[in-house]
Design a protein around this ligand. Structure first.
Ligand SMILES: [Zn+2]
Length: 84
């Protein structure tokens, strides 16, 4: 589909990290100096912060832990289930 408008260009969506496990994405972000605390992956953000309770927040926390990198994410609530 070709968009319309004066400056319209064809839209291409690329997902170069889609095939990686989340801990690998975290590692790549760390290596590139990405401010990971500014990224959002929460399904239920609270006041622009990760909720800390949804499955995506759990996956995010797992990814940082598995990558061995401190999670800089400010969560609204910490997971109630201890992470092993
Ligand atoms: Zn969440």
């Amino acid at each position: 589909m070709r968009p319309s408008g004066l400056h319209a260009r064809p839209l291409e969506i690329v997902t170069p990290l889609a095939g990686f496990h989340k801990n690998r994405v975290v590692q790549i972000g760390q290596d590139l100096g990405v401010p990971m605390e500014l990224s959002m992956s929460c399904m239920n953000p609270q006041d622009d912060r990760h909720c800390g309770e949804c499955s995506k927040c759990r996956e995010r926390q797992d990814a940082f832990r598995e990558a061995g990198i401190a999670d800089p994410t400010p969560y609204a609530a910490a997971w109630r289930v201890p992470i092993k």
